[in-house]
Design a protein around this ligand. Structure first.
Ligand code: FMN
Length: 154
């Protein structure tokens, strides 16, 4: 099973989280591909059996520009990833109120359009409460690995 990690960042925190998740999932024995910036064609060729999105929110509740572009391309192309599991680690700041981790919510909608199946509830990392997002995400990633293993064996 080929797990693909897709990250979207402005200042690099989401990339740090994605990198830490990559390491942890590799250690857990999964085949994991992570690139800081996927091109649509590369992603289609990778044909992921499972997807982990790690994405911050910027502007007035938007995805970072490169992630916006990739999300639009996926939305236009609609690859048939139906029934494949996914998870989202969303980064934001609760001080932004209604748009807290809004990019994660948008990705959830996109995943639904692609037919992906949510493996576990989205993790929302709040920059107003922590500066150690990568470490904070590890328990969630460990649970994700367990769920993925169970899904694989089902
Ligand atoms: C200009 C700007 C706009 C932001 N807008 C939002 C927002 O609408 N909602 C939110 O939850 N966080 C918002 N944030 C907070 C970031 O998502 C948060 O700091 C995150 O950890 C940054 O991750 P990154 O380093 O991967 O870009 C904003 C931050 C900046 C600098």
């Amino acid at each position: 099973m080929q797990l693909v990690i897709i990250s979207g960042t402005v200042f690099g925190t989401a990339e740090d989280v994605a990198h830490a998740a990559h390491e942890k999932l590799l250690k857990a024995g999964f085949q994991v591909s992570y690139q800081k910036q996927w091109q649509l064609d590369e992603l289609l060729q990778a044909d992921p059996a499972a997807v982990l999105f790690v994405c911050s929110t910027t502007g007035m509740g938007e995805m970072p520009p490169a992630m916006q572009l990739l999300a639009k391309q996926l939305d236009d192309r609609l690859p048939d990833w139906a029934g494949r599991p996914y998870g989202i680690i969303a980064l934001g700041d609760a001080g932004y109120g209604d748009t807290f981790c809004a990019a994660g919510d948008e990705l959830q909608e996109l995943a639904g359009l692609l037919g992906l199946v949510e493996l576990q509830e989205m993790l929302r990392l709040d920059a107003s409460a922590t500066v150690t997002q990568a470490a904070d995400a590890m328990p969630w990633v460990a649970d994700f690995a367990r769920e993925l293993r169970a899904w694989e064996q089902a």
